[in-house]
Design a protein around this ligand. Structure first.
Ligand code: AMP
Ligand code: ZN
Length: 435
């Protein structure tokens, strides 16, 4: 059952009318209160009155991460600071952090969005939820925390790290739900193996995984190991955090909370809007936030949107699993390569572990992609010849599907450093020699 059927199952026409009203409110709100938007809209010759349908949003300029950095920390905030009750931030890997201020109402609607997600995953009172996302400026920990409390299940705000303790508390507290990044879920599973604890024998039932790209093959690997149902949750700091979109029991894409966010797909090269069903960059507009509603924010995430009837009854459009980010995309000798695509091919080969790293080097003028992947103990015990054979099989498979030559290194079990949050999958050494 949806948490909020009235919203989640709203007829399409009513949704469009609702979105238009909220979009107009929000555009007027930021025009009046945020000089950055006022100037931008003036420059593009657009105003609230131009919004006759939701599709008219395409006439408005985009907002990008650098706009947030240029106005760090609160230059895009549309309310006075005494109305801001919370600030989260995402450190990213380069530059200044990106901040996200919330009014009391913004926190409430964020809680509503994540609560809908938890309900869709079948989380209910009586569940014991081990929340192993980092609690703090990162939105994952507190974003789930609020919704876990709202549903009224037992909340274990353990945070990330101390993996041995994660396993023993999971056992001792009889956790039924685990929340963390998919890569950290694997780290926990491995630690349990080392401690001779079989998670399949524990009451754990559901995993709520997000904050980084993961493939369906990775999902199957985690589910097989832990004996759970692994569900996807999507979001980003700039728009609120987790809860922008969530999977339902149909598990064919994540429903976007469309009464809060308008989603578009654009061609990342031309920035032209693409129709439903085509793959491109996800662009989001927050239509109910008040502290920092972003208009046409370019997420850099690659996906496609589907608006087809879903067996769960929700009418919200679905986004396909994120296949990568425009800025994570590697270009290897002219071919676009997404780490998640390599991941799913690796997991087609029996005996390999879902632990890998892609190292890119320059050899002469050519790029060289080295795929390092861990093998299970069984393969390793069969010696060098077997490892070479597996490496060759991986390289053939990748060449067959993606058309690129790669060098494959088979690593012993537990060789790569484990993640507690977002995994580092790519080491690009091509620019290193230039400084
Ligand atoms: P942050 O603001 O640090 O939470 O990072 C947000 C980014 O994490 C998104 O733009 C995505 O690139 C990625 N992300 C979050 N959730 C997912 C998910 N379920 N699947 C794939 N990528 C995700
Ligand atoms: Zn559904």
């Amino acid at each position: 059952m949806p948490w909020n059927s009235e919203c989640e199952c709203i007829p399409e026409k009513e949704l469009a009318a609702f979105q238009l009203e909220k979009l107009r409110d929000t555009v007027a709100w930021v025009t009046e209160r945020v000089p950055f938007y006022r100037q931008k809209f003036d420059g593009a010759g657009v105003a609230t009155a131009d919004l006759k349908t939701v599709e008219d949003i395409a006439r408005f300029p985009f907002t990008v991460k650098n706009d947030l950095r240029d106005h760090y920390p609160f230059g895009l905030c549309a309310v006075p600071m005494d109305e801001v009750v919370r600030v989260h931030a995402s450190s990213g890997t380069t530059g200044k952090p990106v901040t996200s201020p919330y009014t009391r109402g913004d926190v409430a609607q964020w809680t509503e969005c994540v609560t809908r997600a938890l309900a869709a995953y079948g989380v209910r009172p009586g569940d014991v939820v081990q929340n192993a996302y980092s609690h703090g400026l990162f939105t994952g920990g507190l974003g789930l925390h609020q919704a876990i409390s709202r549903i009224g299940c037992t909340n274990i705000p353990i945070g990330t790290g101390s993996t041995e303790r994660q396993v023993s508390l999971m056992r001792d507290f009889r956790a039924t739900v685990l929340c963390c990044t998919p890569s950290y879920a694997l780290t926990i599973a491995e630690k349990a193996d080392q401690m001779n604890i079989d998670i399949k024998d524990l009451p754990l039932r559901v995993g709520i995984f997000g904050a980084e790209p993961w493939s369906d093959e990775m999902r199957r690997a985690i589910e097989g190991r832990m004996g759970i149902t692994a569900m996807d949750i999507f979001g980003l700091t700039e728009l609120c955090g987790p809860g922008v979109a969530y999977e339902c029991s149909a598990r064919s894409g994540s429903h976007i909370n469309e009464d809060h966010f308008i989603a578009e797909i654009v061609d990342p090269a031309t920035l032209e809007p693409l129709p439903f069903g085509e793959k491109g960059e996800l662009v989001l507009t927050a239509i109910q936030r008040r502290a920092m509603p972003l208009i046409r924010y370019r997420t850099k995430d690659i996906t496609r949107l589907v608006r087809k009837r879903c067996s769960c009854g929700r009418t919200f459009a679905r986004m396909e699993r994120i296949s990568g980010r425009t800025d994570d995309m590697l270009i290897i000798n002219g071919v676009n390569v997404f780490p998640s695509q390599v991941e799913s091919l690796l997991l087609d080969i029996p005996g390999l572990e879902p632990q890998y790293r892609l190292v890119v080097k320059k050899r002469g003028y050519l790029d060289r992609l080295i795929v390092q992947v861990e093998a299970g103990q069984a393969i390793f015990d069969q010696g060098r010849e077997k490892q070479y054979a597996v490496a060759a099989a991986v390289a053939d498979h990748i060449r067959g599907v993606m058309g690129i030559r790669v060098h494959v290194e088979i690593l012993p079990p537990l060789f790569l450093e484990r993640s507690e949050g977002k995994a580092l999958r790519v080491v690009d050494e091509r620019s290193a020699r230039f400084g």
